[in-house]
Design a protein around this ligand. Structure first.
Ligand code: SF4
Ligand code: SF4
Length: 194
């Protein structure tokens, strides 16, 4: 199973075997239903093998993350409040099983279009709210209120059909970026801006 996503990441061929070797810590049963995956790592107290993809959350100590980073082709963060560099970030205070299933399916199907916004999110830690700011600065906001509706910390208020963000209340979950129908069209601008 060859992932062309590796080309997008400027890495060598990823997943040349029949199945993808995957790690997930802490372990989550949501990804055990895929015949295309070998779960080869699910406990930070065990040796860290080479992996194609590894999902981690921010409870893992940074020195262990660094070793995982060296051993895995694609590092995915479960949640966006992180102090390390991931290749993809799945937003949410707690990433839902459905979303995780969709992401794994996208990997298996090499669906870069689905995954691309999650790659774009892997910038600096305060990138998520600033993405909305970029949306506003570029006058692309259509006033749909999606960002205000989705924000788990009520950090966004709509005024005159535009979102006002209380940055002190923002917990960098990235949900506003994911829900915004315009931020997804901003890849080039966002990359230039970062
Ligand atoms: S503004 Fe709200 S939804 Fe957006 S990143 Fe911050 S906490 Fe998350
Ligand atoms: S989700 Fe995007 S388009 Fe909708 S109100 Fe927020 S910034 Fe504007």
């Amino acid at each position: 199973m060859l992932l062309k996503i590796g080309e997008f990441l400027n890495k060598n061929s990823i997943g040349t075997q029949d199945k993808l070797d995957v790690g997930i810590v802490p372990f989550n049963e949501a990804i055990t239903n895929f015949n295309e995956l070998n779960i080869v790592f699910d406990d930070v107290n065990k040796p860290i093998p080479k992996m194609e993809i590894c999902f981690v959350d921010n409870t893992i100590p940074n020195d262990i993350i660094e070793t995982i980073r060296e051993k895995t082709d694609i590092l995915v963060s479960l949640g966006s409040c992180i102090s390390f560099k991931a290749d993809l970030i799945l937003p949410g205070i707690s990433v839902s099983d459905d979303f995780l299933n969709n992401v794994v399916t996208a990997f298996i199907e090499d669906d870069l279009e689905y995954l691309k916004p999650l790659f774009v999110m892997s910038g600096e830690n305060d990138f998520r709210t600033k993405t909305i700011k970029v949306t506003l600065d570029n006058e692309l906001c259509v006033g749909c209120s999606g960002c205000a509706f989705i924000c788990p910390n009520v950090a966004i208020e709509m005024k005159n059909t535009r979102p006002i963000i209380d940055f002190d209340s923002c917990v960098h979950c990235g949900c506003c970026f994911m829900i915004c129908p315009k931020s997804w069209n901003l890849n080039e601008e966002v990359e230039a801006w970062c």
